[in-house]
Design a protein. Structure first.
Length: 56
């Protein structure tokens, strides 16, 4: 991550309001994609959804 200029930041436990934007992203990703399909592996999920392979 550091090679991409991404800095990891830790927040206190049980404080989702401190990173609401990423919590919202994860909820939408789960509802719109991951919750609708059953994948046998991460590789299968990446092949099925090009967005995932670019992000992760």
């Amino acid at each position: 991550c550091s090679s991409l200029g991404i800095e990891h930041e830790r927040i206190p436990c049980r404080t989702p309001n401190l990173n609401a934007h990423i919590e919202s992203f994860h909820r939408i990703l789960e509802d719109e994609c991951l919750g609708r399909c059953e994948f046998g592996s991460y590789e299968e999920a990446y092949r099925t959804n090009p967005f995932l392979s670019k992000q992760f």
